[in-house]
Design a protein around this ligand. Sequence first.
Ligand code: PXP
Length: 238
Amino acid sequence: MSIKLSVNVNKIATIRNARGGNLPHVEHVAMDCETFGADGITVHPRPDERHIRYTDVTALRSVVKKEFNIEGYPSDRFVELVVSVLPTQVTLVPDPPEALTSNGGWDVKVHFDALSARIAVFKKYGIRTSIFVGTDLENIEQASKTGTDRIELYTEPYATLYSSDATGAVAPFIKAALLAHDLGLGVNAGHDLNLNNLAWFKQHIPFLEEVSIGHALICDALYLGLERTITVYKQQLK
Ligand code: PXP
């Protein structure tokens, strides 16, 4: 079974914002990603809108034909945006406004009530929910009690360890995915996945449904072009 590839287009917005015009055009790039084989598009609007803007998210809704995934910190403003856009999936991420990028998963016990309340709202609107977590098994058990449909495993620790200890790097993720599946949760993954480490991750993680990849994929596209890049990422996921 092929794992779904959701392309995070935040970096496209970063390049656009550097000049203040509309080049590259975020919606056109998103449409092309789908044409080239991506199974969906991910955006991560941050409160300061330094890359994806809230208006981009609304505009993308009408052009994304496959899976649309909006990720971010569940502030009131974010929740309002998500329920107005009605994406396929919302991924809740605990990144504080000043963070350069997401740098960890939720401590679900600490944020249990807030997460459960947000998830209940999204589910009322028929939006699939996912929460970003590390591989701690107790934390994943807590996650399953929030009512979320899926978890997204934070793969930065995997990516860091992969080059020196590929077997050790994947071990906690295998356990986490098995437990999540036993608890009835779907399993997504993302962060620092790239053409070096993706195939190994895919081969070893049971029940993996979707990866969302931004930074490395856009960097590869500088050399390979977007169409070829998406094709080779998809090949890694077959
Ligand atoms: N998943 C989540 C929840 C993220 O916050 C990010 C980064 O925005 C990604 C996946 C993609 O990470 P990367 O850009 O390293 O591929």
